[in-house]
Design a binder for this molecule. Structure first.
Ligand SMILES: NC(=O)c1ccc[n+]([C@@H]2O[C@H](COP(=O)([O-])OP(=O)(O)OC[C@H]3O[C@@H](n4cnc5c(N)ncnc54)[C@H](OP(=O)(O)O)[C@@H]3O)[C@@H](O)[C@H]2O)c1
Length: 298
């Protein structure tokens, strides 16, 4: 029977290329996207390339708790079973803003959304086969601190890049804790991480990032540098390895195997030591349950 994958942020960049590759491998792919017009256009492009691609567009704003719940309910009703979830949707270094639950937006999008989506979709995973959850982190997670005293930037002066690193190190601590909890629950699901290194996507522009070029000179510089950065199809390879390679173990983390993990063939990648400490994983989990109200694998 055909395998089913959910890819968040499937309409652009790495998610688009991940969707393309999974469809080529015969997966039915649910493109979980916040903007339906962009998602339908992405689906059209992918099917133009591969008319047999089995793609379904579904609305999901991963930063919004209500949208996650609605998505999971619609998924259970319309699709039912799931083999692979790729939490790919993300934003980077955006100015301070919040979702409707008053969660800082990078934390909400890059981490809390993934935490809640996994919990909401857990009953849908196919019990007959080994399933996978792949969380897309970043090299920047290695610079991140788990801000246990102020997880949601209530008192700490906000810093866009530190906010990104915090969201991604939380995602990695969650990935490892999730894998431990899945193993001890006896579920046939593994959780793994991946990062793309550097990828020439539009993430800065899409995130209204403070790091996006702001004047003609920085745009000129950017245009010179961009051709040297790996294309999204190359940079998506670690995610695809984590999602589909045979010898992947729960808790593995993949990235480009070249210099400083910036580019190159996929290989095992380095994890920030704070994300590996089980006690930290438990604390991140408790905070996430309290913030999202989604409780599972307790
Ligand atoms: N590019 C890099 O160099 C790099 C490096 C390290 C890690 N990463 C990670 O790789 C992942 C993909 O990034 P990318 O470079 O492919 O970026 P991208 O081209 O901007 O694509 C990001 C995708 O996420 C979606 N998204 C953002 N916020 C969302 C929300 N609230 N709900 C649903 N979807 C949302 C975007 O939708 P819209 O089109 O509607 O905006 C888009 O489809 C991210 O997790 C990022 O942190 C990227």
């Amino acid at each position: 029977m055909k395998k089913t994958a959910v890819v968040t942020g499937a309409n652009a960049g790495l998610g688009f290329e991940t969707t393309r590759a999974l469809a080529r491998q015969g997966y039915k792919v649910i493109m979980a996207c916040r903007n339906m017009a962009k998602a339908e256009e992405a689906k059209r492009k992918l099917q133009q390339d591969n008319p047999g691609a089995d793609l379904v567009v579904m609305q999901l704003d991963i930063s919004e708790p209500g949208s996650i719940q609605k998505f999971a309910e619609q998924f259970a009703a319309d699709i039912g079973q799931l083999d692979l979830l790729i939490n790919n949707a993300g934003i980077v270094a955006m100015p301070l803003s919040h979702n409707s639950a008053k969660h800082e937006m990078q934390l909400a999008t890059n981490y809390l959304g993934a935490f809640a989506l996994v919990g909401r979709l857990l009953p849908c995973f196919n019990a007959e086969r080994q399933c996978r959850i792949v969380n897309v982190a970043s090299l920047a997670h290695r610079m991140g601190k788990l801000m246990f005293d102020d997880f949601n930037w209530e008192t700490t002066p906000y810093h866009e890049m530190k906010g990104y690193a915090h969201s991604k190190v939380a995602l990695m601590a969650f990935t490892l804790e999730l894998n431990r909890r899945l193993a001890s629950s006896g579920k046939n699901i593994i959780a793994v991480g991946a990062h793309p290194g550097f990828a020439a996507t539009e993430i800065m522009k899409n995130s209204n990032s403070t790091m996006a070029p702001k004047n003609a000179f920085s745009q000129w510089m950017n245009d010179r540098i961009e051709p040297l950065i790996p294309k999204p199809a190359d940079a998506a390879r670690p995610t695809l390895m984590a999602a589909t390679a045979d010898n992947v173990q729960g808790g593995d983390y993949y990235g480009p195997g070249g210099f400083l993990e910036i580019a190159g063939k996929p290989a095992k990648a380095r994890i920030n030591p704070v994300a590996k400490v089980p006690e930290n994983g438990k604390r991140v989990w408790e905070i996430s349950e309290a913030m999202t109200g989604v409780r599972y694998l307790g």
